[in-house]
Design a binder for this molecule. Structure first.
Ligand code: SF4
Length: 467
């Protein structure tokens, strides 16, 4: 069920004053608890126990592969990547992925259908076509890959490192969704972030994906980069609207050079002001919704006939590490350096350093570095946060029946904050039902944060601001 207002496709209202007032640091809730709360004392035995519970519960699986290599560094990047020109580093990495799969797959039951597969990075196409084939064959050897139309097999593409033949090869391997990093077409912005990518290269990849029959095309943009202003970003946005992707993700650049070394190459004085960013965001939301895109939430837009938009309106949307998804929460096995898995009631993360990752695998072990097993309170709060971000609210009685709690007692400490959100027009709240209102849809993570037990300690650490 969806709790979103029954308005037109737009369903979102941009209130600049509210956004200014609620501009605090906060998580993007691709998981709850977030990675900041993962614990070092979570070990391989905890992982194996979680895998066993996942195996017993069965059901479809998602797979994630982290392919960390990049030819060049983009200065805004906050991903876990390895910048190198040495392509001989790929072969040993694939060998270690195979070793990891051969240890994890038997724990999970290799007959479970793989509904979702995602290759992220880094730059997945740093691998050449033969290496991509080799990896996909190894995956097929360990897991039950699907060929039907219900599968979502996606890959992140950097158009600078993918030819038209690469795209056809990916389609032949079974990928049917493609996510293309654009960020900004403006040359000065591209120079300042060290990502020179011509419009021609981008369009070639997109045309190739369409010819190869990819079911869905996503384009990523970033606002808040150096030298961006409303006029320049509007020009990029117009060109992207002409391309007509099925989905768009518009991320806010969070300048945190103390955490991400490449960002130290970006001069703070070149960044747009908070007011300029707000103007860009407002223009983007209004322009895309006027162009017919549906605001899905948390930076994501989709065409009205896209499965994400349909799922938003029928209340079947989900959120996971890849953002929004139409698949019910299925367990996620993740492979490669720094990748994060979700098995049963646990999250776990692999070693972040490639040498540590290799060393642990070479010793015959699993490369689990940290994680968390959710307690009942985490599970209740995760459910509420998911419902807010994906369905736009919840019925109190549903939560009470499902978890055997008296909602108003259980969340007594939270009620004042809920009433404050209601008074500010972000939500409709009467003690029985919470509905996110159009003005609250740009601030859904602020609403979700009310139910985040760890938020007070987390916000000062690794999260970004709203603008
Ligand atoms: S943004 Fe992508 S291509 Fe650029 S350095 Fe980061 S992972 Fe590599």
């Amino acid at each position: 069920m969806s709790y979103l207002p029954e308005t037109s496709n737009k369903g979102v209202e941009f209130d600049a004053d509210l956004i200014r007032r609620y501009d605090v640091m906060g998580p993007r809730y691709t998981s709850y608890p977030t990675a900041v709360q993962f614990r070092d004392d979570f070990n391989v035995y905890d992982f194996a126990d979680a895998a066993e519970r996942s195996r017993v519960n069965a059901g479809p699986l998602s797979l994630y592969f982290h392919l960390p290599f990049c030819d060049h560094v983009c200065y805004y990047c906050a991903c876990n990547k390895i910048v190198t020109r040495d392509h001989s580093r790929v072969a040993p990495y694939i060998e270690h992925l195979k070793t990891e799969m051969s240890r994890v797959a038997p724990l999970l039951d290799n007959t479970r259908p793989i509904r979702q597969l995602h290759w992220g990075g880094g730059t997945p196409t740093f691998l050449n076509n033969d290496q991509m084939s080799e990896l996909m064959e190894a995956i097929a050897g360990n897991f039950a890959l699907q060929t039907d139309d219900k599968r979502d097999y996606s890959i992140e593409i950097d158009p600078r490192v993918a030819s038209e033949s690469t795209i056809q090869h990916l389609a032949d391997l079974g990928f049917n969704r493609i996510s293309v990093g654009v960020q900004d077409f403006d040359e000065q912005v591209q120079k300042a972030v060290h990502r020179i990518q011509s419009e021609r290269e981008t369009l070639a990849v997109i045309d190739a994906a369409r010819s190869a029959g990819f079911r869905s095309l996503n384009v990523d943009l970033i606002y808040g980069l150096p030298f961006q202003n409303l006029k320049r970003f509007a020009s990029t946005l117009e060109r992207v609207i002409e391309i007509a992707p099925d989905r768009l993700a518009i991320y806010n650049y969070a300048h945190m050079p103390h955490l991400f070394k490449p960002q130290r190459r970006i001069q703070e004085q070149d960044l747009p002001s908070a007011e300029e960013k707000l103007a860009i965001l407002q223009f983007t939301v209004e322009r895309l919704t006027n162009a017919g895109y549906v605001y899905i939430g948390m930076d994501h837009f989709a065409r009205p006939d896209d499965e994400l938009a349909v799922a938003l309106h029928n209340g079947s949307l989900h959120r996971n590490f890849q953002g929004y998804s139409t698949h019910a929460d299925c367990d996620l096995a993740a492979f490669g350096v720094s990748s994060i898995a979700r098995l049963d009631d646990c999250y776990s993360q692999n070693q972040r350093d490639i040498e540590d990752y290799y060393q642990v695998l070479d010793k015959g072990e699993l490369p689990v570095a940290k994680g968390i097993r959710l307690n009942q309170d985490d599970i209740i709060r995760r459910d509420l946060i998911q419902r807010i971000l994906c369905q736009g609210g919840f019925d109190v009685v549903d939560i009470e029946i499902r978890y055997g709690i008296e909602f108003l007692d259980y969340f007594a400490d939270t009620l004042t904050r809920l009433w404050d959100l209601a008074n500010d027009g972000l939500i409709k709240w009467d003690g029985y039902r919470l509905n996110v209102l159009p003005a609250g849809r740009m601030l859904m993570r602020n609403i979700a944060m009310v139910f985040d037990h760890y938020q007070a300690q987390a916000t000062e650490q690794r999260h970004s601001r709203m603008i």
